[in-house]
Design a binder for this molecule. Structure first.
Ligand code: SAM
Length: 199
């Protein structure tokens, strides 16, 4: 989807995504000491706001100005200090090796753009820091539930690990996400990659 399409989607409803954080972030960040965090393609900021509540000093970027405005408003309501920025995460240059945690959740782009965004995200991880990427897996259309239906923007854990040179991969796997729908419970198939930059 293009930037103006995302703006329209974010403008249409109060919250496109959940108010609370993604379940895999809660699990994976649980053991990490809070430091500097970067949320790449943060949307309305559900994960950035949760990280800030856990004591992280958070920068969060998305190219939808509508989403970023919503994130800023929610941060103000919650009394949280998050550095929300409007940026194209395919083309930007985040500070090199500056963040103890970099997250990229459900950024679904064609391969070349995705590779650029993931390489830049990986480059922002500080020595000893962690990169966490979660997305809609390429098997989700046939075997899962919801998410984009265009195979060109789906990927698997092996695609991610190819894009994050310089980091040591700790996890690269498919994971199941429970979804409650009007028709009953469903299971979505995501991918999760966790990697660290050697000290
Ligand atoms: C599925 S949403 C996920 C939002 C958020 N990570 C979350 O999990 O709640 C994908 C987000 O990627 C953003 N996005 C897509 N392409 C982008 C780009 N080139 N630069 C910055 N943000 C982008 C969209 O605006 C949208 O907010």
């Amino acid at each position: 989807m293009k930037r103006d399409e995302w703006d329209a989607r974010y403008a249409a409803v109060e919250l496109v995504w959940s108010a609370g954080p993604n379940q895999f972030l809660e699990i994976e960040a649980a053991g990490l000491p809070p430091g500097r965090a970067l949320d790449v393609a943060c949307g309305e900021g559900r994960n950035a706001l949760w990280l800030a509540q856990q004591g992280w000093q958070v920068t969060a970027a998305d190219f939808s100005a509508v989403a970023i405005d919503k994130g800023r408003a929610r941060a103000a309501d919650l009394g949280l200090d998050v550095d929300f920025q409007v940026a194209d995460v395919v083309a930007w240059s985040p500070p090199a090796q500056a963040f103890d945690l970099v997250i990229v959740f459900y950024l679904q782009l064609p391969a070349a753009d995705r590779a650029a965004a993931f390489a830049k995200a990986a480059g922002a991880v500080a020595p000893g820091g962690t990169l966490l990427i979660v997305g809609h897996d390429s098997t989700n259309i046939a075997e899962g539930y919801g998410g984009p239906q265009d195979p060109a923007v789906l990927y698997g854990p092996e695609d991610v690990t190819a894009d994050i040179a310089g980091l040591d991969v700790e996890k690269a796997e498919r994971v199941e996400r429970h979804v409650d729908t009007a028709d009953g419970p469903r299971t979505a198939i995501d991918l999760l990659v966790r990697a660290v930059r050697p000290r």
